[in-house]
Design a protein around this ligand. Structure first.
Ligand code: ITT
Length: 197
């Protein structure tokens, strides 16, 4: 199996990505590959930032590389925090603090309007430097009180009405079937399959 380096330091992402791509590649995170690098994400879109991360690692060690840039886009906040989701309310704040800040910003917004999307852009670069881009999103509603302990990041407040659960109340496998990241990764696999035909 060929090696695929995932340009991430986020273990939650890495586990979800490995669950889908693990049967196609030998998936390694940056730490597993011995890479300790802080990549400045100064793009203005999810795709830009995913490309910046993927290129940085590809230039460093070559081979097949994949990066995920993702985030929470809140409708009543015009899509914020979006690409700034990891850094929202300060990069060192806890998610409990971020949830409180979101509730503060959404104070007075009717329950029906607490809608949001998780968005994910994946940039895959093969060993020749050729790029494949795939995107995915999922709709949800933001709970005022967090629920569930699975997943990571904003999962405890991201409620999916059809499932009657937050994405922190479902397993990685279930999450991958409906999530922004799962959709982007399955789309990527389709694109790679079409290319190899
Ligand atoms: P890398 O850049 O090292 O991959 P990161 O966490 O900084 O890790 P991003 O810049 O793409 O990655 O920021 C994504 C943030 O969006 C992430 O830290 C969470 O706050 C949020 N997020 C993205 N996908 C999520 C998911 O599936 N569940 C919960 N929160 C998510």
């Amino acid at each position: 199996m060929e090696r695929l380096i995932v340009a991430t330091n986020n273990n939650g992402k890495l586990e979800e990505i490995s669950a889908i791509l693990g049967s196609h590649f030998c998936v390694l995170g940056m730490k597993d590959a011995g890479i300790d690098m802080d990549i400045e994400e100064n793009g203005s879109t999810f795709v830009d930032n995913a490309r910046i991360k993927a290129r940085a690692i590809h230039e460093l060690i070559g081979g097949h590389v994949l990066a995920d840039d993702s985030g929470l886009c809140i409708d009543a906040l015009n899509g914020a925090p979006g690409i700034y989701s990891a850094r929202f309310f300060g990069k060192d704040s806890t998610y409990e603090e971020k949830f409180i800040e979101i509730n503060r910003l959404l104070d007075g917004v009717p329950e029906d309007n607490r809608t949001a999307q998780f968005v994910c852009a994946i940039v895959y670069i093969d060993s020749n430097g050729k790029e494949v881009i795939a995107e995915g999103r999922v709709d949800g509603v933001l709970l005022a009180t967090p629920r569930g302990r699975k997943g990571f990041g904003y999962d405890p407040i991201f409620y999916i009405p059809e499932l009657r659960k937050t994405t922190a109340e479902i397993s990685d496998t279930e999450k991958n079937m409906i999530s922004h990241r799962g959709r982007a990764l399955y789309h990527l696999l389709q694109l790679l399959e079409t290319e190899n035909k």
